[in-house]
Design a protein around this ligand. Structure first.
Ligand SMILES: *Cc1c(COP(=O)(O)O)cnc(C)c1O
Length: 387
């Protein structure tokens, strides 16, 4: 039989850290155990009805059927910039400083292709979304991991990045509110990062996928709310988590005109844009009354409060999230993340994610996701109490 060897770039990726968890899951399921997954970051709730209806209407219109404009439908980009103005009071020119993305993952994956040459350094948070480092290595870049530690409130310690790395850095990835730690960034931190990027001439790519999932009325910051960010930054926004639209594949980038335009140029070689009917539905989403967002947030807040209060009462060491639909918890002293996740699964059937799935500095932590329906979450909390 002919065999086809994968390219070195694919073979060289770090091993899939969830393989063991998946194996354990299959094993327990085969034994008849009723598993509850708090492992995945995918909303359990449907896309709001008015967005689905906008899509149905747009899809029936033949004008949406040809290739979309490469950089995005003007009406969607206009709505995206209006959104940034309304909720963050930052201004962008829809025609030059905004770009439609086929989900924010697409933009994140292609920004290294746009700017990184072999041997360039890319600053990547650890723990973090795996795409930052895999996309970097695909184009010959060298990820330099920035540890997110509890002592530093899960923000990278900028003073610890070696000068020789900073000199070779093309891009710094950041992600606040943060997956998996649920940390939020402070204004001072963003100010320091912008100053550093200017000093060493690198791009800040801020992954803002969780901007809208926040608690207690405390809206997280866009990096563009600090002065000078537009000289060095691009921010990747997503409709996925905000509007329960993960399957639709829609997001947008806003930021520095030259950065946005270079990414747009790269994309003309790789894809042909997002279906215009989906972008039209995106307009409906971005123009939703705020009550749509508050309702989604309130549901997560109730779930967060429930999980956090019960686990805390039972002695768990929990970081109470101010944003995101994740809860980051320390494992008992000396217990490895993977061993702990497996143990929890064996004893309770509750599936959680070991922190090491997001990088070496996730060791000592596990992540709970709040994206399970209430009765499942309730049952999971009940079982965890008995652990
Ligand atoms: C879910 C997620 C994304 C990707 O979102 P899409 O817009 O659906 O591609 C990006 N970054 C982080 C940290 C995420 O958790």
């Amino acid at each position: 039989m002919t065999t086809f060897k994968e390219a070195a770039r694919l073979q060289e990726l770090p091993p899939y850290l969830f393989a063991e968890i998946d194996k354990k899951k299959a094993e327990l399921r085969a034994k008849g155990m009723d598993l509850i997954s708090l492992g995945i970051g995918d909303p359990d709730m449907p896309t709001p009805k008015h967005i689905v209806e906008a899509m149905q209407k747009a899809a029936a219109n033949p004008e949406t059927h040809p290739y979309p404009p490469y950089d995005g439908a003007p009406q969607f980009k206009k709505a995206a910039c209006a959104w940034m103005k309304k909720y963050y009071n930052v201004e962008f020119d829809p025609s030059t400083e905004c770009l439609t993305l086929i989900g924010s993952k697409e933009g994140i994956a292609h920004i290294p292709w746009t700017f990184v040459n072999p041997g360039d350094a890319v600053l990547v948070p650890s723990p973090g979304y795996p795409v930052y480092s895999s996309a970097t290595t695909f184009c010959g870049g060298i990820p330099h991991f920035m540890p997110l530690t509890r002592e530093n409130k899960f923000l990278p310690d900028l003073k610890k990045i070696p000068e020789d790395i900073l000199k070779k850095t093309k891009i710094m990835f950041l992600n606040y509110p943060n997956n998996p730690t649920s940390a939020v960034a402070t204004r001072e931190f963003f100010q320091d990062v912008v100053a550093l990027a200017k000093k060493y001439n690198f791009i800040i790519c801020h992954d803002a996928a969780y901007m809208e999932i926040f608690y207690d009325g405390k809206r997280p910051l866009s990096i563009f709310q600090v002065e000078g960010a537009k000289d060095v930054a691009i921010e990747m926004h997503s409709l996925s988590k905000t509007f329960n639209m993960t399957g639709w594949r829609l997001g947008f980038a806003v930021g520095n005109k030259a950065i946005v335009q270079s990414l747009a140029k790269m994309k003309t070689h790789l894809d042909s844009g997002a279906f215009v009917a989906i972008q039209d539905a995106g307009v409906a989403a971005l123009q939703s009354p705020e009550s749509v967002l508050t309702e989604i947030r309130n549901i997560y807040q109730q779930r967060r409060d429930k999980l956090v209060s019960v686990l805390k009462a039972h002695g768990w060491d929990i970081m109470v999230p101010e944003a995101t639909f994740y809860v980051w918890a320390a494992t008992p002293k000396g217990v490895k993340a993977k061993d702990f996740a497996v143990k929890v699964m064996e004893q309770t059937g509750v599936v959680i994610t070991p922190g090491t799935g997001f990088g070496d500095y996730g060791e000592g932590y596990v992540r709970f996701s709040l994206t399970a329906p209430p009765e499942k979450l309730e049952e999971a909390v009940h079982r965890l109490q008995k652990l």
